[in-house]
Design a protein around this ligand. Structure first.
Ligand code: HEM
Ligand code: HEM
Length: 247
């Protein structure tokens, strides 16, 4: 099981890193021809940094849009972040002190994830407006993340995996070694789902994580009167025109 999963995780991690980087490069080089910050918007660059910060940490605009979606969405994402930070205990030796400090909260974070996802799923079934625009992939994505959290919690409370062995395997992965893992069906499912997550990340709505930073309605400074906005691809054309009009 160790050999198979090392191979699967290396391949899917490569797809994740290369695929996501390619998408980020494409976002970064896509021109934003118009000045379209959602107002009221900050008038300085540091204001924009604060706005994006509030968006990432508190989901500010979602809070203004829908309190229920915000509660479940925020709980899910906060749980996910905490779970991922706690998982660092498998990949660090000695375990970083702050990871050790967080580790006891990992099962609660897993439950937070499940609770948030269940709420988001219920929303897709129960709110007519949302059900109308939901595609099968929207439901599947939520069920899929529930399966990752569910298989993780199942290992914690029911079919325990040999954590020492999992840690050895994780450290071997980091040093490009193919480690050993005894067969455990729940661990196999957990790792398989994680591999699928890595695989679909660069091609799915999960790209909203890096995408948020490239959204013109959020990342633009509201200063059209002070500074003329010219998209990168229009710059040479714009200077030609300026020179012609000067004489
Ligand atoms: C910078 C990090 C991230 C931010 C700021 C962020 C923010 C958000 C926001 C604001 C929503 C909107 C909820 C809605 O309007 O329906 C959302 C939805 C979602 N996010 Fe994230 N997210 C981040 C990373 C991630 C990651 C890493 C994952 C999973 C691996 C993820 C999974 C999801 C899913 C599945 C939904 C859809 C929920 C639904 O269908 O109802 N997010 N996210
Ligand atoms: C190669 C990467 C990963 C490995 C080796 C791994 C391994 C494990 C193991 C062994 C457990 C059981 C913990 C215990 O019994 O104490 C667990 C739990 C869990 N995992 Fe993972 N996991 C990985 C990636 C992920 C990812 C990417 C997610 C989320 C998207 C995730 C979500 C969870 C959750 C929610 C739990 C239950 C809470 C907890 O006990 O920490 N795992 N994982």
């Amino acid at each position: 099981m160790g050999f198979v999963f090392s191979a699967i995780l290396y391949i899917t991690l490569a797809v994740f890193v290369i695929g996501t980087l390619r998408k980020i490069l494409r976002y970064a080089s896509t021109p934003a021809p118009l000045k379209i910050p959602t107002t009221p918007a900050p008038t300085t660059r540091s204001g924009v940094v604060m706005r994006l910060g509030r968006e990432v940490v508190f989901f500010e605009s979602l809070f203004k849009a829908s309190k229920w979606t915000w509660v479940f969405g925020w709980l899910f994402h906060a749980g996910l972040l905490l779970v991922l930070l706690c998982h660092l205990r498998y990949f660090t030796e000695p375990v970083w002190w702050w990871v050790a400090l967080l580790a006891p909260f990992s099962p609660y974070a897993g439950l937070m994830m499940l609770f948030g996802l269940a709420g988001l799923l219920a929303r897709r079934f129960l709110v007519d407006r949302v059900r109308y625009i939901s595609a099968p992939s929207d439901f599947l994505m939520l069920l899929f993340l529930m399966a990752i959290a569910g298989s993780g919690l199942a290992m914690r409370y029911w079919l325990h995996a040999d954590i020492i062995q999992v840690k050895r395997f994780a450290l071997d992965l980091l040093s490009f070694d193919f480690g050993y893992l005894a067969f455990n069906p729940v661990l196999a499912l957990h790792l398989l789902l994680v591999a699928v997550l890595l695989l679909i990340f660069p091609f799915s709505k999960l790209l909203h994580a890096p995408g948020l930073f490239f959204s013109p309605s959020r990342n633009q400074v509201d200063n059209p009167r002070e500074r003329r906005h010219v998209a990168a691809w229009a710059k040479s054309h714009d200077t030609d025109r300026a020179e012609k009009s000067r004489g």
